[in-house]
Design a protein around this ligand. Structure first.
Ligand SMILES: [Ca+2]
Length: 101
């Protein structure tokens, strides 16, 4: 049986963020920036995410995003706070995120 090298999962999930995306797709995209893999998004990680979509003022916006979404004041966006960040991304980052019922 031949062992084939398939393209990485990261490459396969790379998609345009210019069009509509679902909340699930947004979270999946965002978690790619969880570089220390602690399951939370830090300000630095959020800044890299904003920069990746050519967002301007990524430093300032990431600070605002954390402040907006970080309900418990931990300084990180954890899983339960991700929905707050969805709202922030729609309002302040101009992402079109479809909320499905
Ligand atoms: Ca993290």
């Amino acid at each position: 049986m031949a062992i084939r090298t398939t393209s990485t999962a990261a490459a396969a999930t790379t998609r345009s963020v210019d069009g509509d995306m679902t909340v699930e797709e947004f979270k999946e995209w965002l978690m790619k920036f969880d570089t220390d893999r602690d399951g939370r998004i830090s300000r630095e990680e959020l800044q890299r995410a904003i920069r990746s979509i050519r967002g301007r003022f990524s430093g300032w916006k990431s600070r605002r995003g954390i402040r907006y979404a970080d309900s418990d004041g931990s300084g990180f966006i954890d899983e339960g706070e991700m929905d707050n960040l969805v709202v922030f991304a729609q309002k302040s980052l101009g992402l079109r995120i479809v909320v499905s019922n």
